[in-house]
Design a protein around this ligand. Structure first.
Ligand code: NAP
Ligand code: GLV
Length: 300
């Protein structure tokens, strides 16, 4: 956070930005901008009016057992972030569906080796979570010609015509049966924790590709390793992990069917955090409802 604070001060000299380790007088703090807030710090700020997550997710805030949940908390919803995620997910789907790694290997060996070209429309992509990020991925992949299905808690009346929506636990099995690639873009909640498990993998087409850009704790790691060994899954592209950085020696590092990126699928630009924070603060003063406000009861 210190690099972020420095950059923030440089770009917004009017803001009094303080790090958790050097807050000064706690009674001077109005707003907390957090990823993992040190436990207890937020509860110790008597004037605190607003909690701002630096990302789209908010479950990391809950690691603080004393989190003042009576205060409004906001997450980031931003088109640039959604574009970054759609670009990452498109890379993950396309590179695997077109078998691009074999051309990299062939080039290294000086070989001109062609393979069948399977058109996108023969490949089905399912997206768990049709929120700010998932919906944009659905649109992008559908525009590229992939057959896209999506799953959410509530029905989505405004889906693009080519994207079929599935809703709730009852429709999950039908959804999963249509996912050659499965993208997890769910928030981490009590309902979604550990849902990428053996029972879910068994409902995917044999050899499916799992792309987890949600959170590491959506995934039961041992079940993924077993599903890759048995052939039930063919490949996993993982951007998020239960423990980050992924520990040295972890089975995922050298696994031939696992592709790892270090939680970089997308990022929130600093200026966006600053601008949304100010808007959120003003909205509070005017009692304006915001889609960015966290619903603690729902968990996201
Ligand atoms: P969002 O707008 O809140 O969307 C969440 C979606 O998940 C919604 O469609 C929601 O359904 C659905 N959902 C939630 N709980 C569900 C359940 N129990 N059953 C079925 N559907 C459920 O969130 P977002 O902005 O798209 O972000 C999604 C997640 O992406 C974040 O929470 C974070 O974990 C992850 N993320 C990762 C990165 C990265 O770099 N890897 C970056 C940013 C975010 P409704 O529409 O019906 O509410
Ligand atoms: C990143 O993972 C975020 O939640 O924005």
């Amino acid at each position: 956070m210190s690099a972020m604070a420095e950059a923030w001060r440089a770009r917004h000299p009017g803001h009094d930005v303080r790090l958790a380790q050097a807050l000064g007088d706690p009674a001077e703090i109005d707003v907390a901008v957090c990823w993992f807030p040190p436990p207890g710090v937020l509860a110790s700020l008597p004037r605190l009016r607003l909690i701002q997550s630096v990302g789209a997710g908010i479950e990391h805030l809950l690691h603080d057992p004393l989190l003042p949940r009576h205060l409004p908390a906001f997450r980031i919803i931003d088109p640039q972030m959604a574009e970054g995620m759609a670009a990452y997910v498109s890379w993950a789907v396309i590179s695997a569906q077109r078998g691009m790694s074999r051309y990299t290997e062939a080039q290294r060996a000086g070989l001109w080796a062609t393979a069948e070209v399977e058109p996108p429309r023969q490949h089905r992509v399912g997206i768990l979570g049709l929120g700010a990020l998932g919906l944009n991925c659905a649109r992008t992949l559908s525009a590229l010609g992939y057959r896209v299905v999506g799953w959410s808690r509530s029905a989505k009346p405004d889906l693009p015509a080519a994207v079929e929506g599935f809703v709730g636990a009852a429709q999950l099995p039908a959804f999963l049966g249509r996912c050659d690639s499965l993208v997890c873009l769910l928030p981490l909640t009590a309902q979604t924790h550990g849902m990428l498990d053996a029972a879910l993998f068994a409902q995917l087409p044999v050899g499916a590709h799992l792309i987890n850009v949600g959170r590491g704790d959506h995934l039961v790691e041992a079940d993924l390793l077993a599903a890759l060994s048995s052939g039930q899954l063919g490949l996993a592209t993982l951007d998020t992990f239960s423990v980050e950085p992924l520990p040295a020696g972890h089975a995922f590092w050298g696994h031939p069917q696992v592709r790892i990126t270090p939680h970089v699928a997308t990022r929130t630009p600093l200026d966006v955090i600053a601008a949304q924070l100010l808007e959120n603060l003003q909205g509070l003063s005017h009692d304006t409802p915001s889609a960015r406000q966290v619903n603690w009861a729902r968990g996201y």
